[in-house]
Design a protein around this ligand. Structure first.
Ligand code: MN
Length: 709
């Protein structure tokens, strides 16, 4: 186990900005927090975060990353929580540890995301700070190094698959080739142990044919370069079993054809040299067509630069050759992450330890704008998505601009329909809040549904909108059926006929419907005037008026019609309040059925209502009595004349406020030296409430006149 002082010295050796005290504190804090916990290996648990910190220190990552590594399992696995981390180590560390904890919650859930690529995207998008991802990669690497201690082979395989499909490609994307190769090999060992050992066996056989093949090849190439006065370093290696196997799969070659097992890297200190070496090799040895790649002029997405080619080498073996500068090589092994972490520091201080990195930065700076480049690889692909968490730490991906209702319906239709509010990161937020990456979203549900047509503006996903539409449509149909039944019932009462559903069944065919409910729906929708139904049952009640109108006998005579209850009808759906007169509960109102819209309610004296020359039979008496939506606020306009004195406007608004009403809009329509005429829009619950407001206003010394508009 790495000792405290060793770790600190190691970090100090390359990071001049090390926060030594904090690093020491993190060591002790994590050790104490994990206490007597043990790993599957029997080692103290603390050995794990310590090893993870060690891996990252080998890569020379900044001390904040190392501290995060030490603390990375504390929140998930010990009694300490994020608050403890924050109070002891500050905001930045707590932010990083929180990020790693969130990623850890995603582990083992790969199967929820059908495509590995999606999962990788999600990991990238979730780690707003790339250091979170680095710690996670190192964590995975150490867990893979010690995976043989796990007994359960199914579990082992699952972890190995996840590593191979998710984490190894992530390491590659971050430009960390060594970590990638090791993760690949460790996973391969678990997933295909026989295959792996037969590849190793084959490699041994090939090696036996000529034990010095690697060395001889290196020498020959060296000779060639020397003869042409090119100074370069050559490294040769046997390929790893997994990369051999991958090649076999891609190219569908079998073992006997497998000869391409050696790879060579030639390093030189200048860029032109790379191309000279390539020229020399291609002149001397036959090259395999289609295998040459120039990643120097066109770097890979992760910034990787190199020349690749395949030759029939000096020993008549197929060999892979990579040619690059030392700086490009550093980048290939250290990764883009180095750039990200050290960028600012290099600018401020040209510390010796950072020289290598500053060269890498130059390369990146030359090739593209590094900032944009990193942002690009990290975020561009997900700019149309936002990833948020459920309270259980499950991840939901939504399109950008999504709101809590989109989240709710994505989790479950029932949660969406019963949603009455939302908590985002533990505080109550309005439903129009746009969700941000990493938000924890908790939907508050309740029996009293608040779902309404307004929800279409509070959601953007197809799923949410379709669910809302389906629900509201069904609800609207229910309400309109109920309304249609009541309207029809009233018409029967008016005609003094007993209402009977059995009778109605006999006339369904006439109106081309199959159930009585459908008949009610047609009435409720305004598609079928109720008098037509009565006439088809009792043709003798028809009276033909002089203008050829057919009406019912009692429709002319009876002035007092029974009224329809507004109970359970949803405003904006099956009932609408006319904008011209703004009726409120308590007003004497009349309604008519508008085709397809349900009931439109006007105050009975409304001029607009009189203008609409409606057939009398279409006007319906309605009653507010059972109106249950007591929580609803209604807009009313009032006209007020106040004295033109200091404080009069203030007094007006404070009186309205005291009566628990809210001013929506205020418009001075006329002013002279003595008076203001003001039109005010206020919210009230009903007519009683409005009266209270008006009475209170009249008692004010400033108010001359007040009336409802
Ligand atoms: Mn861990």
């Amino acid at each position: 186990m790495l000792r405290q002082v060793e770790l600190v010295e190691k970090v100090k050796s390359y990071d001049p900005f090390v926060e030594e005290e904090l690093l020491n504190k993190a060591y002790i804090f994590s050790m104490k927090a994990h206490g007597k916990q043990k790993r599957a290996s029997g080692d103290p648990y603390f050995s794990h975060p310590l090893e993870v910190a060690g891996i990252l220190a080998d890569y020379k990552f900044d001390s904040k990353t190392i501290i995060t590594a030490l603390l990375h399992d504390v929140v998930e696995d010990t009694e300490k929580n994020l608050k403890d981390i924050k109070s002891n180590f500050g905001n930045e560390i707590s932010y990083l540890v929180d990020g790693v904890t969130k990623l850890s919650k995603l582990e083992g859930r790969t199967d929820k995301f059908k495509q590995a690529e999606n999962f990788r995207k999600l990991l990238l998008a979730t780690s707003k700070d790339i250091r979170v991802l680095l710690v996670k990669l190192a964590d995975r690497l150490h867990n893979m190094r010690t995976i043989h201690y796990i007994k359960d082979s199914t579990k082992k395989k699952k972890i190995a698959h996840e590593t191979l499909e998710i984490f190894a490609p992530l390491a590659e994307r971050l430009g960390m080739q060594e970590i990638r190769a090791e993760l690949d090999d460790l996973s391969f060992k678990i997933i295909e142990p026989e295959l792996r050992s037969s590849i190793i066996q084959r490699l041994k056989v090939l090696r036996l044919q000529d034990e010095e093949l690697l060395e001889k090849t290196i020498n020959k190439i060296h000779e060639l370069l020397k003869n042409n006065t090119v100074e370069a370093k050559i490294f040769g290696r046997e390929k790893k079993p997994y990369s051999i196997w991958k090649k076999m799969k891609i190219k569908s070659v079998n073992f006997s054809q497998l000869s391409d097992i050696m790879a060579f890297t030639i390093l030189i200190d200048n860029l032109e040299g790379c191309y000279s070496i390539l020229g020399l090799l291609h002149q001397k040895y036959r090259y395999v067509p289609g295998r040459f790649k120039d990643y120097i002029s066109t770097p890979k997405a992760n910034g990787y630069q190199s020349l690749h080619t395949t030759l029939i080498g000096p020993m008549n073996q197929r060999i892979e050759v990579q040619i690059r500068t030392f700086e490009m090589n550093d980048l290939a092994n250290l990764g883009v992450a180095a750039h990200w972490i050290y960028k600012d520091k290099v600018k401020f201080k040209d510390g010796k330890q950072f020289k290598g990195i500053s060269k890498i930065l130059d390369i990146l700076d030359q090739s593209r704008e590094p900032e944009e480049f990193l942002e690009h690889t990290k975020l561009e692909m997900f700019s149309d998505q936002v990833f948020v968490f459920t309270p259980n730490g499950e991840l939901i991906s939504l399109p950008k601009g999504a709101m809590p209702l989109d989240f709710a319906f994505a989790v479950h239709t029932d949660i969406g329909i019963n949603c009455i509010g939302v908590k985002i990161n533990n505080s109550i937020k309005p439903l129009y809040t746009k969700l941000k990456n990493g938000d924890q979203v908790e939907i508050i549900t309740g029996k009293e549904k608040i779902i309404s047509p307004r929800w279409f503006e509070l959601s953007i996903t197809g799923k949410a909108q379709a669910c809302i539409k389906r629900y509201l449509h069904a609800k609207e149909d229910d309400e309109l059926k109920k309304l249609g039944k009541e309207i029809l019932n009233n018409q029967f009462k008016n005609e003094k006929i007993r209402f009977s559903e059995t009778n109605l069944r006999n006339i369904l065919e006439i109106f081309k419907v199959s159930t009585v409910d459908d008949l009610f729906l047609k009435v409720g929708r305004g598609e079928l005037p109720p008098f037509k139904i009565i006439l088809s049952l009792f043709p003798e009640r028809a009276i033909i008026q002089s203008n050829d109108n057919i009406v019912l006998f009692n429709d002319i005579k009876e002035k007092k019609k029974p009224s329809v209850s507004l109970k359970d009808l949803t405003p904006g759906m099956s009932i609408h309040y006319a904008k011209c007169c703004n009726p409120i509960p308590g007003d004497k109102v009349l309604a008519y059925i508008s085709h397809g819209e349900g009931l439109i309610i006007h105050i009975d004296t409304c001029k607009d209502l009189k203008k609409i020359k409606l057939n009398n039979s279409k006007l319906i008496n309605v009653r507010w009595k059972d109106f249950t939506q007591g929580k609803d606020e209604f807009v009313v306009r009032i006209n007020v004349v106040i004295k033109n004195e200091i404080g009069s406007l203030g007094s007006l608004s404070s009186i309205i406020g005291k009566t628990m009403s809210n001013i929506r809009n205020l418009d001075i329509t006329e002013r002279n030296s003595d008076f203001f005429k003001i039109a005010v829009e206020i919210d009230v619950k009903n007519l009683d409430h409005l009266s209270k407001v008006l009475v209170s206003l009249r008692t004010s010394e400033f108010v001359e006149e007040v009336s409802r508009a």
